[in-house]
Ligand binder design. Structure first.
Ligand SMILES: Nc1ncnc2c1ncn2[C@@H]1O[C@H](COP(=O)(O)OP(=O)(O)O)[C@@H](O)[C@H]1O
Ligand SMILES: [Mg+2]
Length: 324
């Protein structure tokens, strides 16, 4: 295949219509995802990571959520313009997502095995019942569910939250998607299960060339599994770079703040976002200029003038700061 970008997001903007008017919560977000590679999206809570992911899936909460600008090219075709029918096929076969809150995404009245089985059947209608059951049991075992032979007969309310999250992960992986979007998928799971699931994702990536977008607060996971990283702040991309470059040579003061307390790439499995003093500005009341200015240790008067452009600061490395 000639294009190695499976997904290309160009100048995406998304908004919610609220009583106080339209609030743009994602603004001018661009990135590419390559076949067989993992793009990490990192940033504090509320910076627009989930809204970016939901925009790609065309699953923004309705009727308030809207994509108001930009393109989302899947193998060259704009997702923003696709019909609901095409989107359903795309979601069922090519792009799957593991949601931050899995509780809403499972069907309470169908047995777990049936729900996973449907995914396999959608993919390969020639599979017989026994084959579907074997595959369902196998994928549940691979996400670390004990006794999968028994679990397939249970309903989602009969299993724990962590187990339900693993079932959701199993269903997303059963699709063998071209692109997997994982929105903080392992945050609630214990470290051993988390490591097992990350290994499984990496393995499927090697087998299928699956591309991944991995949204996380955990800089350890970013260092561990991502090839490229996008750092978001208050709805915009403030920095993007290949993972080693970002860790070794962070340029935006926000990224520097995030990385400050991270000692070394390879040490510590859990590296959660450190606290940067101050608070994120309200998205419906943004200051003119750089959105990070009120928390930035090196801000100067020009930072209050206008939003800085995302500027190339090296090979495949961009930052949105007047001072880089
Ligand atoms: N359904 C909604 N209605 C209005 N605002 C929303 C809704 N969902 C999210 N937002 C707002 O959009 C912004 C980005 O949210 P989100 O993408 O969930 O952040 P993140 O995933 O980075 O924590 C936040 O300011 C949040 O309050
Ligand atoms: Mg989120």
């Amino acid at each position: 295949m000639k294009d190695k970008h499976v997904l290309q997001v160009n100048h995406l903007a998304a908004a919610f219509d609220t009583e106080a008017g339209r609030v743009r919560v994602v603004d001018d977000v661009s990135f590419q995802v390559h076949r067989g590679k993992t793009l990490g999206i990192v940033g504090e809570s509320g910076c627009g990571k989930s809204v970016t992911a939901l925009s790609i899936m065309r699953l923004l909460p309705q009727p308030a959520g809207k994509i108001i600008n930009g393109q989302i090219l899947y193998r060259g075709t704009d997702i923003v313009l696709m019909t609901p029918e095409t989107m359903r096929t795309l979601r069922g076969r090519h792009i799957s997502m593991i949601f931050q809150e899995p509780m809403t995404a499972m069907n309470p009245v169908q047995r777990i095995g049936h729900q996973i089985g449907e995914v396999f059947q959608l993919h390969d209608s020639k599979l017989n019942e026994a084959q579907v059951r074997d595959k369902s049991i196998e994928i549940l075992a691979r996400v670390g569910i004990p006794d999968p032979e028994r679990r397939i007969w249970e309903y989602s309310h009969q299993i724990s939250g962590g187990m339900r999250q693993r079932v959701m992960i199993a269903m997303a992986l059963a699709v063998r998607p071209d692109i997997l979007i994982a929105d903080e998928p392992t945050t609630a799971l214990d470290v051993t299960i988390q490591a097992q699931i990350l290994d499984l994702m990496k393995q499927l990536q090697r087998e299928n060339g699956m591309a991944m977008i991995f949204i996380t607060h955990d800089l350890g996971i970013i260092a561990d599994i991502c090839d490229d990283v996008v750092v978001m702040y208050a709805g915009t991309v403030v920095e993007s770079a290949p993972v080693n470059e970002l860790f070794e040579n962070p340029r935006h003061p926000y990224t520097c703040g995030l990385l400050e307390s991270v000692p070394r790439l390879e040490t510590q499995r859990k590296m959660l976002l450190p606290i940067i003093r101050g608070i994120v500005p309200e998205l419906n009341n943004l200051p003119p200029g750089c959105r990070f200015q009120n928390r930035c240790p090196i801000a100067i008067p020009i930072c209050e003038s206008a939003l800085p452009a995302l500027t190339s600061v090296g090979n495949q490395h961009e930052a949105r700061c007047y001072l880089v």
